[in-house]
Design a protein around this ligand. Structure first.
Ligand code: G
Ligand code: G
Ligand code: MN
Length: 435
């Protein structure tokens, strides 16, 4: 059995590092009788406790009954979360024996951090800040994929759910960081077809994560975490560079396959978080210089909802891209916001009609009218239209009738790695091909 005194020192050192100072008011030893409730579930609190003598019981109230979760004894700590995250207590703690406790308040924790050496202080601040940001993000999420009951048959309490989510987020973030270092990301490319010329017009680049254990992971699984953590910035940098290099290689491959051809474009998905990075435009300029890709060959895709969330940030970066001659496309158009007023606020060239409108497209039905109206509107605003999710030849025919310029979807090709593009193109142009 380790002595209480040394444990106590260890805990304090973990918080602060140096010897306790009188000014930190550390000597908060308190004595409580058996049966005393030290704090209750749901209460706000700002103290953590180290048990010097005695034992406490941790319990939660479920369906009107107290359910015991655990006991803690000498050398153990309870209530530590309250001094970090300022959340309501997630359980009730009662002295099950007479106890001697050492109490540390949040203010005392802060004092101890202030007194410690600058490197440790900076690290602790960063860790706490990251933890709080993750927690806020987690609180804003839905807890859809969590089990309704834990293995004790209890409804999991919200604190535990948040903790699970926070841990999952932090792990995912670490894995993304690792994937970037290991170059475990790959770009896939999906053709965009000129519906009238029946020819290849360009590609959209779509990121994939080649995960060692989980196989190919789709972007919706990790892009939100990458955006929230800021890792999207180095990811997008990599995507941009890789897509531009691929375009240079594709030009060469296509020239040897079909001689002179219409220059194809490359569409690249960016997030508004990228635009908040002040160096974003310079990074893109650097990539264009290095790869020799002409800016008019590139389109930046940005979703309608992202654009609406941070219009000011987006406006500045988008107009700089526009000035450079890079085109801007609105992705998933029609699903985000009904307000059309933003269309003329941003330098938009292309609308990509969301695939939900194309899925049930039939001559004369509601979606037919909606898609037709979007195409007419885009025409009057001098914007181009891409129909997403074209899965059947009939849909392509209807879109052609409606005057839609471009189509993209499984009817032509699924997103595929670069090495599949030339074989696809050879096949697509034959009489059995989709063009
Ligand atoms: O290819 P898939 O349907 O799984 O892509 C899902 C979504 O992920 C796309 O709608 C796109 O908006 C997003 N996405 C794909 N690649 C990238 C990328 O390189 N960067 C960003 N920010 N988003 C991407
Ligand atoms: O949202 P964004 O347009 O960036 O993403 C395009 C994604 O849509 C691609 O990742 C691809 O997996 C998916 N996709 C592309 N074509 C089709 C299609 O014809 N049908 C369906 N269901 N999904 C498609
Ligand atoms: Mn897209």
């Amino acid at each position: 059995m380790v002595s209480t005194e040394s444990d106590h020192q260890q805990i304090l050192c973990a918080y602060g590092g140096s010897e306790p100072k009188e000014s930190a008011g550390i000597d908060n030893h308190i004595l409580v009788d058996a049966g005393t409730v030290i704090f209750r579930e749901g209460e706000r609190g700002s103290s953590a406790f180290l048990i010097e003598r005695g034992e406490v019981e941790i319990s939660v109230r479920r369906n009107g009954e107290d359910v015991s979760l655990a006991h803690r004894g000498p050398g153990e700590v309870f209530g530590e979360m309250a001094i970090i995250d300022d959340q309501p207590r997630s359980a009730t703690v009662t002295a099950s024996q007479p106890c001697q406790l050492l109490m540390i308040t949040r203010d005392q924790l802060v004092n101890r951090i202030e007194q410690t050496d600058p490197v440790l202080r900076m690290c602790l601040r960063v860790i706490l800040q990251r933890f709080r940001t993750t927690l806020l993000r987690v609180q804003a999420m839905d807890h859809v994929d969590l089990p309704l009951r834990n293995d004790r048959g209890l409804e999991p309490d919200r604190g535990a759910q948040q903790y699970d989510e926070a841990v999952r987020e932090i792990k995912l973030e670490e894995e993304i960081r690792h994937a970037l270092r290991q170059e475990d990301f790959a770009l896939y490319y999906q053709p965009i077809i000129d519906l009238h010329a029946r020819s290849l017009a360009g590609f959209e680049s779509l990121i994939r994560w080649r995960h060692k254990h989980r196989g190919m992971i789709a972007p919706d699984v990790f892009i939100p975490t990458a955006e929230a953590s800021g890792l999207i910035v180095p990811i997008s940098h990599w995507v941009f560079e890789e897509a531009c290099q691929a375009l240079v290689r594709l030009d060469q491959d296509m020239a040897s396959l079909c001689g002179a051809h219409q220059p194809i474009f490359m569409s690249i998905n960016l997030s508004v978080r990228d635009f908040a990075n002040l160096e974003c435009v310079d990074i893109v300029r650097g990539i264009l210089d290095r790869t020799g890709v002409a800016p008019e060959r590139l389109k930046i895709e940005i979703t309608e909802s992202l654009l609406m969330h941070q219009p000011e940030v987006a406006a500045t970066a988008l107009s700089e891209f526009k000035t450079m001659n890079i085109s801007i496309a609105i992705d998933d158009f029609g699903t985000g916001y009904s307000s059309l007023s933003y269309l003329h606020k941003f330098p938009i060239d292309t609308l990509k009609i969301d695939r939900s409108f194309i899925r049930t497209l039939e001559k004369g039905n509601d979606n037919y009218e909606i898609v037709g109206t979007i195409i007419n509107m885009a025409d009057r605003l001098k914007m181009k239209v891409v129909a997403e999710g074209v899965e059947y030849a009939e849909q392509a025919d209807l879109l052609r009738d409606l005057g839609c310029l471009y189509g993209q979807g499984y009817h032509y090709a699924k997103p595929a790695p670069e090495r599949d593009i030339i074989p696809w193109l050879q096949q697509a142009q034959t009489s059995q091909g989709p063009l």
